[in-house]
Ligand binder design. Structure first.
Ligand code: FES
Ligand code: FES
Length: 163
């Protein structure tokens, strides 16, 4: 076991990790941050996406020891300081971008990374960026709508299917 220290959502946090411990397991089991989900463990579903040093990453594809010292943002870090939902989270709620919610942490983290790179993405750009995030419930239309809304664009004029 090796000590791993990360800055998680702005706070320094440490725990023990084996060489084979995945970042997602370290976050959930060692640091108790269970908002990041495990849907597949084989890098297909995107439920485990977090930001590592500002970049979206599937945390089931990264070893905790390999990111020792990194700055990590998880879904728990996406709320506003007063505890209210952050912009992307609020847009998902307002536009029904979730049903069971299992994919939602990863969807929100990927969407936030997209908006950091591209503040006004087109519908096609959103669909392309979110290709690595699988949702079994929503049919994706309202997720795209939520991301458009989070970017301040008028969703009524775009070709997203009606609710
Ligand atoms: S749990 Fe990481 S991609 Fe599915
Ligand atoms: S809301 Fe259920 S998997 Fe996406």
């Amino acid at each position: 076991m090796t000590k791993v220290t990360l800055t998680v959502n702005g706070r320094s946090m440490s725990g023990e990790a084996e060489g084979r411990t995945l970042l997602v397991s370290f976050l959930r089991e060692e640091l108790g941050l269970t908002g990041t989900h495990v849907g597949c463990d084989t890098s297909q579903c995107g439920a485990c996406v977090v930001h590592v040093d500002g970049k979206a990453m599937k945390s089931c594809t990264v070893l905790a020891q390999d990111v020792n010292g990194a700055s990590v943002t998880t879904i728990e870090g996406m709320a506003n300081e007063d505890g209210s939902l952050g912009t992307v989270q609020q847009a998902f709620q307002d536009h029904h971008g979730l049903q069971c919610g299992f994919c939602t942490p990863g969807m929100v983290m990927s969407s936030a990374a997209l908006l950091a790179e591209n503040p006004k993405p087109s519908e096609a750009e959103i669909r392309h960026y979110l290709e690595g995030n699988i949702c079994r419930c929503t049919g994706y239309h309202n997720i795209v709508k939520a991301v458009l809304a989070a970017s301040g664009q008028d969703v009524s004029t775009l070709g997203v299917a009606a609710e």
